[in-house]
Ligand binder design. Structure first.
Ligand SMILES: N[C@@H](CCC(=O)N[C@@H](CS)C(=O)NCC(=O)O)C(=O)O
Length: 505
C-alpha cells in the first residue's frame, strides 16, 4: 500500500509540474468557453472541424429523429409487393399464414449457412471458418468464384462455384463486380433444395459465427413468416452510403425460409432492373475522336434524339450494356470527325460494329436483334412479323400526321386512332404484337414527346377515349430498358416546340 501511495504522489507531482499558466484570453475571435481552449474562428483547421461537427450533429439527429420504427408489414403485405400476380392454382405456391408463437424449437439443424468467399483468399480465410464450423452438425455451403485445392477431412463446409454473373449489368464505377456474385449466395443455396431448412444465414468468409447463439436468437422468430434479421455495419461509412436500416454480411444476417424463397424468384430480375447506367460524357467539337474499329462496339447517339433513343432502348432491352458502349454527341456543336471519319450522313444513331458503321434507327433495331444475343425483339409468328413490317412502315406517316395536326387544323386524333386500332389486333398482351417488340420501341420515343406536346399545344389528351393506348403507355413505362433512356421531359418538349415552330396558345 505504501509503495502505491508513493507512486500516486509522484504522479500528482508530475501532473503539477506540467500545468501551464493559462494564456490571456483572446478577444472577439475566441469562443467564450469557461476552459482554457484557444479556439480561433480565423483558424481554417478550427473552422473545418466546426463545419464537420455541425454536419455530423445534423446528420445524426436527422437519423435519430426520422428513424421511425413502424410495425413490420405482414407477410401478406410483403408478398403483394414482391411477387408477381399469381394466377396459378398450384397448391404448393400458396404461402400459409399461421398463428404466431412466442418461441420456436429452431436448432442448428434448421439453419443453413451461405458463405461468400473468394478463391484467391481461400487459403487464409478458411481458417476463420474452421473456428466456428462444426462438421456434421452445422449445414452450409461456401460459394467461391473459382475452384480451389481441397483436402479431405479438413473440417470445412462443402465448396461450390457461383454461377456466372457476367450477364448482369454492372455500372458502379466505385464498386466491384463480384458484389453481384456475393449478393446471390443465399438464392443459389435456396436452389439446392435442402430439406428442413428454416433459416438461411449469410456471412463472409471471415465472419465468425457463435452458432449456438445464432440458433438461440433465431428461435425467437417465426420462421414461417418473412424475416430478415441482422444488424447494421460496424463501418459508419457503409451505413451512410447504403442504409442504417439494413443488415450486412460482415456480421452475418438471417433470412427466413419463405422470404428466401420469394427473393429467389425475383432477385435476378431486380438486379437487371435497378442498375442505373452512368452515361459517358457528351462529346462536342472540342472532343477527341474515340478509336475507330478497335474491336469495341459503339452506339453513337444524342441523349435527346428520339431516333437514337430507339437503338438505345433496344440495346438495353437485350442486356447489351456491357457489350455496346454509348457515345453521346452534342448535335448542336458536333465534332467534325463524326461526319468525316465515322458516319458521313452525319446523323445519329449509328452503330460501329465488326469494322463497319450501320445507320438508320429502324434498320438498327433489326440489326441489333439479329446480330446480338438477348431477348428477341420480334415474335416467331409470321402474322405478327408481317404486322410488324406494316407498323414500322407507318411510323413516318404517323409522325407526319402528328406534326401537320400540331401546326395546323387537321384532326389531331386521327394518327392515334390508327394506333388504337393496331393495339387491338393481338390480345395476348398490351403491346402492338401482344408482347413487347421492336414495334413498341419504334413508337415509344415519339409518343413520349407527342403526348405532352399535344396536350400543351392543342389541349388534347391522346389517351382520352383510347383505353388500349392508355394501357400501352402505362406498360411501356414499366420497362426498365426504356425508363433508363428517358430525359427531362420539359427539355424535350421545349426542343420539339422549337424544332416544329409551334407555341403554347
Ligand atoms: N432516319 C434517321 C433519322 C435520324 C435523325 O434525323 N437524327 C437527327 C437527330 S434526332 C440527326 O442526327 N440530325 C442531325 C442532322 O440532321 O444533321 C433514323 O431513323 O435514324
Amino acid at each position: 500500500m505504501g509503495g502505491q501511495s508513493e507512486d500516486y504522489d509522484r504522479k500528482i507531482t508530475m501532473w503539477e509540474q506540467n500545468i501551464v499558466p493559462p494564456r490571456p484570453q483572446q478577444r472577439s475571435t475566441s469562443f467564450p468557453f469557461p476552459f482554457p481552449l484557444n479556439i480561433s474562428l480565423r483558424n481554417p483547421i478550427t473552422l473545418f472541424f466546426i463545419i464537420i461537427s455541425i454536419f455530423y450533429i445534423v446528420y445524426s439527429s436527422n437519423f435519430l429523429l426520422n428513424n421511425e420504427y413502424k410495425d413490420c408489414p405482414t407477410t401478406e403485405e410483403y408478398l403483394s409487393d414482391l411477387l408477381p400476380i399469381n394466377n396459378s392454382s398450384k397448391e404448393e405456391e400458396k404461402v400459409e399464414f399461421l398463428p404466431a408463437r412466442s418461441r420456436f424449437d429452431t436448432g442448428l439443424k434448421h439453419i443453413v449457412f451461405c458463405i461468400a468467399g473468394s478463391s484467391n483468399l481461400w487459403e487464409q480465410r478458411k481458417n476463420y471458418i474452421k473456428i466456428w464450423w462444426r462438421p456434421r452438425v452445422t449445414r452450409g455451403i461456401v460459394w467461391l468464384d473459382m475452384p480451389v485445392k481441397t483436402r479431405k477431412n479438413e473440417g470445412l463446409p462443402e465448396i461450390r462455384i457461383s454461377a456466372n454473373t457476367s450477364k448482369f449489368p454492372y455500372t458502379n464505377q466505385q464498386g466491384i463486380r463480384s458484389a453481384l456474385r456475393i449478393s446471390r449466395v443465399v438464392c443459389e443455396t435456396v436452389r439446392l433444395g435442402m430439406k428442413d431448412v428454416r433459416w438461411f444465414v449469410m456471412g463472409d468468409d471471415d465472419t465468425v459465427f457463435m452458432v449456438d447463439n445464432v440458433a438461440r436468437v433465431l428461435s425467437k422468430y417465426d420462421h414461417r413468416q418473412f424475416y430478415y434479421v441482422g444488424s447494421s455495419s460496424e463501418s459508419h461509412l457503409q451505413n451512410i452510403f447504403f442504409s442504417y436500416a439494413m443488415a450486412y454480411g460482415g456480421g452475418g444476417f438471417a433470412i427466413s425460409y419463405p422470404l428466401a424463397k420469394a427473393l429467389e424468384k425475383i432477385q435476378d430480375r431486380c438486379m437487371n432492373r435497378i442498375v442505373q447506367e452512368v452515361i459517358p460524357p457528351v462529346l462536342d467539337s472540342t472532343s477527341d475522336q474515340p478509336p475507330l474499329f478497335d474491336g469495341t462496339t459503339r452506339l453513337y447517339i444524342s441523349l435527346i434524339c428520339p431516333y437514337a433513343q430507339r437503338a438505345w432502348i433496344a440495346r438495353n432491352y437485350k442486356g447489351l450494356q456491357d457489350k455496346i458502349k454509348l457515345v453521346p454527341l452534342d448535335l448542336s456543336n458536333r465534332p467534325a470527325w463524326y461526319k468525316e471519319k465515322v458516319y458521313p450522313p452525319n446523323k445519329v444513331p449509328s452503330l460501329e460494329h465488326n469494322g463497319k458503321i450501320i445507320g438508320e434507327s429502324l434498320d438498327l433495331l433489326k440489326y441489333l436483334d439479329s446480330s446480338f444475343e438477348g431477348p428477341s425483339l420480334l415474335p416467331d409468328d409470321p402474322a405478327k412479323r408481317e404486322f410488324a413490317e406494316e407498323l414500322l412502315l407507318y411510323t413516318d406517316t404517323f409522325g407526319r400526321g402528328v406534326i401537320v395536326s400540331l401546326k395546323g387544323d387537321t384532326d389531331v386524333g386521327a394518327p392515334y386512332d390508327h394506333l388504337e386500332t393496331a393495339l387491338s389486333k393481338f390480345d395476348d398482351g398490351p403491346f402492338f404484337l401482344g408482347q413487347f417488340s421492336l414495334v413498341d420501341i419504334a413508337y415509344a420515343p415519339f409518343i413520349e414527346r407527342y403526348h405532352p406536346l399535344t396536350l400543351d399545344v392543342k389541349k388534347y389528351d391522346i389517351t382520352t377515349g383510347r383505353p388500349k393506348l392508355t394501357a400501352w403507355i402505362e406498360e411501356l413505362n414499366k420497362i426498365e430498358a426504356y425508363q433508363q433512356t428517358k430525359r427531362d421531359l420539359a427539355e424535350l418538349i421545349a426542343i420539339q416546340k422549337n424544332h416544329l415552330g409551334v407555341v403554347t396558345p
